[in-house]
Design a protein around this ligand. Structure first.
Ligand code: NAG
Ligand code: NAG
Ligand code: NAG
Ligand code: NAG
Ligand code: NAG
Ligand code: NAG
Ligand code: NAG
Length: 587
């Protein structure tokens, strides 16, 4: 059951629900966009489609009150019952962070009062409202409007060096900043992600969301010459979806309502786009570095000049003794800890790495869960209390009641019940293994380390960065963001996400689907991700990590060389070790 403690942020894996909707598509027209896509697909075999056809296909379904009402009902009950930050989200942002404080349940209901012509308009405003929370663990996707990836074949790191001055006639930095990203509460992090070629699907240049216009015009300035480049959006489709419709009617029945559609295939496609860009910079092709050891797609140990670098790409590996020993071995030459472009994985990996780096300090973050009338009856199915340890006395919980406790907190003016604080038990199982395999005493001190990130160190990655910085005073350096504005070294520290599919499965396993307080499955194929447990700061034990602004001690910016060879950043980071920073104080 430890999959509950798996934290990762971007999700295009959608819902699997049967529904019995009898929705008619009055505007059925054999030349609609969906039909044109189909024709193009069968006559040419292409996977690339015109923006206009996809837009027309998406917009061919008229607004329907019943679908709208039921979608909002389901979302409201899910948020009310399972979203840990529901009332915290009403409080105004702390200095440095930026999101729209709101009573989400009220705002969702308000959406029903507006006028929509199409189903797309409605679903799009729901999705955008949820994005305004700026919580990377919280997102809403529908089968219907996530079938294509919009691709503009542009890599725009040079925005940093001001070669691109305007986008569609607006200042480039402003245009990129306004891209509706939900990835972080820090606008600088959102900016970094919007231009990060490692995250196709959620960037300005490669996105699942339907762009507003068919093309984008970039104004470039080189040697005082001004040149305009127009790029059309291309929509990339996947066979599994393209094979299943031939007009808007079949698109609606087979895609929008599909109960078995496998969106992992779309994620795989996105990964392929990412790989196509990878040769822009492959760290291993850097000249003066030596790869000492690696566990592919997880962790690599390098030597550069006279210092060591540990690069952690994700925490997405199950921990076992073999893996643990390999990590311990590698860690013996650490100086720069590079956590860039890491969107998380298992919390147990973060806890293990914290324990390994800082065996003498407590580096596991306290968690708790908002206890609600919907959550209470399904809690047993959602978490395994034997994997939890009380944060107070480090004793294992015996019963769900030990977890539930009796604590009341006020957030956003609302009194709510929260569980006893807990931490995950597993890392302790590795304490002996660490002492057996680690060279003791440790060959480094906190003062000899630096944490380097491009601010996209999210979720369980953030717990490693926070453990180093907030508890052990390790210096941090962040790359990119806005000039003259401090930048967070980590993002979305917040919580452990679950998705609505898991919730509905547990509800039906426990035979609670007829219970009126429980959420009803979405009427169309859709999925909501939400954090149901939350992490507290160790330094300020009453503050939630998700709502703390943590700017890095130092900043670096990409240039043409360091964009292509990220190991240059390692040298720049290593040079900062031991330097005094003007430490920016927390709130
Ligand atoms: C709960 O966790 C314990 C300890 O890790 C494990 O032995 C047990 O199988 C788990 N129970 C379930 C239902 O997964
Ligand atoms: C992207 O642009 C490059 C250079 O302009 C071109 O060689 C390549 O074929 C394009 N790729 C796609 C998928 O359009
Ligand atoms: C379109 O698909 C439907 C069912 O998926 C099928 O019955 C119909 O014959 C198809 N029409 C054409 C023109 O291929
Ligand atoms: C749902 O999509 C899958 C492909 O992912 C397809 O095989 C299946 O036939 C579709 N179901 C319906 C009812 O169209
Ligand atoms: C440990 O995990 C690794 C990576 O997932 C796997 O290859 C290996 O077989 C596992 N070893 C044991 C003993 O389970
Ligand atoms: C980190 O710094 C704080 C404040 O200067 C100090 O109280 C604490 O002991 C330091 N922690 C470590 C592990 O050095
Ligand atoms: C839920 O209600 C439906 C329709 O009234 C009924 O057929 C079904 O047996 C009920 N399920 C449970 C678990 O009570």
């Amino acid at each position: 059951m430890s999959m509950k403690f798996f934290v990762i942020i971007f999700l295009f894996l959608l819902g699997f629900f049967v529904n019995t909707l009898s929705y008619r598509i009055p505007r059925y027209d054999k030349y609609d966009g969906c039909a044109r896509i189909h024709d193009e697909y069968v006559t040419t075999g292409t996977n690339f489609f015109d923006y206009e056809d996809v837009k027309d296909c998406y917009e061919s379904f008229p607004f329907d009150n019943e679908i709208a009402f039921q979608t909002i009902e389901t979302l409201n009950t899910l948020f009310d019952g399972f979203y840990s930050f529901l009332y915290k989200a009403k409080e105004p942002p702390p200095r440095g962070l930026d999101y729209r404080p709101m009573d989400l349940l009220v705002q969702l209901k308000h959406l029903l009062r507006k006028h929509y012509d199409t189903l797309f308009q409605f679903m799009d405003s729901v999705r955008k409202l949820i994005f305004e929370l700026k919580d990377a663990h919280t997102s809403f996707v529908t089968n219907c409007f996530s079938s294509f990836i919009f691709y503009s074949n542009v890599t725009l790191y040079s925005i940093v060096t001001e070669d691109v001055t305007h986008i569609d006639g607006r200042r480039a930095i402003k245009a990129i900043s306004e891209f509706p990203s939900f990835i972080s509460k820090d606008p600088g992090v959102r900016f970094n992600v919007a231009i990060d070629i490692n995250y196709p699907g959620v960037t300005f240049f490669t996105r699942v969301d339907l762009p507003k216009t068919p093309s984008i015009t970039y104004t470039l300035k080189c040697n005082n010459h001004v040149k305009c480049v127009k790029r059309n959006w291309k929509a990339i489709g996947i066979q599994e979806i393209l094979d299943n419709f031939n007009n808007s009617e079949t698109y609606f029945n087979n895609i929008c309502k599909n109960s078995t559609l496998n969106y992992k295939l779309l994620s795989d496609k996105i990964i392929k786009i990412k790989d196509a860009h990878k040769n822009v910079y492959d760290i291993k092709s850097s000249k003066d570095i030596t790869l000492l050891y690696e566990i592919v797609d997880f962790i690599s140990f390098f030597k550069k000049q006279d210092f060591g670098v540990v690069k952690i790409m994700s925490e997405n590996v199950p921990l076992n003794n073999t893996v643990a020993i390999e990590i311990i071995k590698g860690f013996q030459a650490l100086v720069v800890l590079d956590l860039s472009d890491n969107i998380g994985g298992f919390v147990v990996i973060s806890n293990f790495i914290n324990l390994l780096l800082f065996p003498n300090t407590k580096t596991f973050y306290d968690m708790d869960i908002r206890i609600t009338k919907q959550l209470n009856p399904v809690l047993q199915g959602l978490v395994n209390v034997s994997e939890m340890v009380s944060a107070k006395n480090f004793k294992k919980f015996q019963y769900v009641g030990n977890l539930i406790g009796n604590n009341v907190l006020i957030r956003g003016g609302v009194k709510e019940h929260y569980s006893n604080r807990f931490i995950l038990a597993d890392p302790y199982d590795y304490k002996d293994l660490i002492s057996q395999h680690l060279i003791t005493p440790l060959p480094w001190k906190s003062a000899d380390l630096i944490v380097l990130t491009n601010s996209l160190c999210g979720s369980s990655c953030a717990l490693i960065a926070e453990g180093a910085s907030e508890v052990n005073n390790v210096t941090t350096v962040a790359v990119g963001g806005f000039v003259d504005t401090p930048l967070s070294y980590a993002s979305c520290q917040g919580g452990i996400a679950i998705d609505s599919t898991v919730i509905f499965n547990i509800i039906s396993k426990l035979n609670l689907q007829n219970n009126t307080i429980m959420p009803k499955p979405f009427i169309l194929g859709a999925k909501l991700n939400i954090p149901s447990s939350e992490f507290y700061s160790m330094k300020y034990s009453d503050k939630l990590l998700e709502y703390l602004y943590r700017p890095a001690d130092f900043r670096l910016f990409y240039n043409d060389q360091s964009f292509r060879d990220r190991s240059i950043l390692w040298s720049q980071a290593a040079a900062l070790i031991g330097k005094n920073s003007k430490h920016i104080l927390d709130d």
